[in-house]
Write a protein that binds this ligand. Sequence first.
Ligand code: NAP
Length: 285
Amino acid sequence: MTRRVALLGKPLTRRHSVVMHNAAFDAVGIDARYELLELEPEAVEAAVTAARGPEFLGLGVTAPYKKVVAGFVDEVEPDAARIGAVNNVVRTDDGRLVGINTDAPGFRAGVELAMGRPLVGARVAVAGAGGAAHAVVYACLAAGAGQVTIGNRRAPAAEELATRMAGVGDGTVSGTGLDGAAFADALVAADLAVNATTVGMLDPGMTLPVDVLRAEATVFDLVYVPAETPLLAAARARGLRASNGSEMLIAQAAAAFERWTGVGGMADVMRAAVRPLLDDATVRA
Ligand code: NAP
């Protein structure tokens, strides 16, 4: 029996996940396929229920279904519950479905590589308060960041996210407006500045004024299409450490693959497989 993993989302225009997971299945000789399942909202519950079948290893979940899927599985792991988003589902041998979040460990792996140091004690400024920012803020605090300041266009969403994450780890967390004085102060002091908005991908411009950052600061943009956003170009022009979201993408996929198959260490295979797509300037958001 060929096993299956289906990615639930709408729209599903990118093939990065398909390419990474199928390369990994092939590399380790597992008879399984990763496929895209673009669904209307009313079809999501039935698609999750179908994944209890023995042919499924699990599911991938992407926008706009990362929240709603949590209500259709048997169990949501504590970190995914705290983040408020399930980006993968694991089918256990007895057909139970477990919602997990691999964006948070994926972000941690990608950003610690970019920084060249662990997040422990870091002062972090995060632009954005959407789904991805939830995983980023959780990952930073859980990894021991000393201070996390969230700046969002709609300030109340940043405040809500900070309240949600209070008490994760020992660091402090606060939320404010993207253009306010408190976020500007956080940027000046930051070891790490993160763009977790869609700006640079869907909207032109950038969320973080790189000229105010310390020379030792790292800029991490979750966007990976395009590979170089205006933010990353500006950060590199200033000589700062700067990375896009491609290593996070690869690390979150490798973490999910390990949960479905028990096989770890597939990041190199996945990176090699997805590289042409990441480098292809014609791939659009
Ligand atoms: P989302 O839930 O829709 O949140 C969007 C965020 O962007 C919100 O904070 C929103 O602010 C902000 N925003 C949108 N347009 C803006 C503008 N013109 N100016 C300022 N802020 C603006 O999206 P998401 O799922 O969090 O995804 C965010 C980004 O992360 C996307 O580019 C996605 O591709 C990327 N991502 C990457 C990975 C990876 O593995 N590398 C994983 C997940 C996500 P408001 O609340 O004010 O609207």
